[in-house]
Design a protein around this ligand. Sequence first.
Ligand code: TMP
Ligand code: MG
Length: 316
Amino acid sequence: MIYHIPWIYLPVRTALAIWHQLTKSEIPELAKASVLMRDRSRVEETIQAMQRAGPDALQVISDFDMTLSRFAHNGKRCPTTHNILDNDLLINDACKKMIRQLLNTYYPIEIDATRTVEEKLPHMVEWWTSVHELLIQQKIRRDLLAQAVKQSSAMLREGYKVFFDRLQEQQVPLLIFSAGLGDILEEVIRQNHVFHPNVHVISNYMDFDQSGVLRAFKGQLIHTFNKREGALLHAAHFRELQERPNVLLLGDSLGDLTMADGVAHTQHALTIGFLNDQVEERKESFVNSYDIVLVKDETMDVPNAILNYITTAPAK
Ligand code: TMP
Ligand code: MG
């Protein structure tokens, strides 16, 4: 039988309480009701260790759709990079209808908490392949993409500028790893004036013919649940990233957790998951998988506060 001797644990408990107080006052955003953590102490220790190592040891790896971009604004869903193409400039009504039908069929599967990743995989390949084939049939013109982005209601999360600008200022590389459309993603960040030189993108890129008409997609298809393969294939090419052992990872799907698998020698990793949809059904799996879970939070407040803390030299 185990006897509890509270006074033995008292110094440890007090130390822990002081530790909590410390980060609470320095990163008050972590105390918000929308922030969930499986192991608060581990999160705090990791943040402190990352701060001690400084910005030179840090890299940020982030998903794009519904992570850097907003899920909803004023109660209305914001488009993903694929959905930005839902525009008369680029595709006809019949194609729009088919793409929406595919979204209605496959998106519920993507976020279904009762199915395993293995079960979801073939459906994701089917979804992406069908949409890409439809887009190729539409002979999309490269010179109209920027206009389509301008006309869309795509938005980056509130506080995005602080996030991108801080990383640029501190020369911390940001790898955006997206199963969306790279050409559109780049246009969104360009139009928001945050496509800084420290930003690298791995995504599905369009292949245009000589007259600027879409004829295929380049390289291996990236969907929500094969980012690990993509990471191993592409991330190794970014030497700068291989030399930075501390990773701050942002995502909105459990598949996004594998985005850092291409980093050879990780020392400290902190993962932040945006839980946008199907909150009750997915809360448990998100809390078990991400270090920090942000529930229906359309802002970059928490990542920004953590980044600010990590990239500011500790007080002597
Ligand atoms: P992400 O990796 O940048 O989040 O991009 C993938 C998201 O794109 C994923 O959540 C599903 C979404 N998607 C659409 O909204 N429409 C589509 O037609 C396809 C294929 C994916
Ligand atoms: Mg996403």
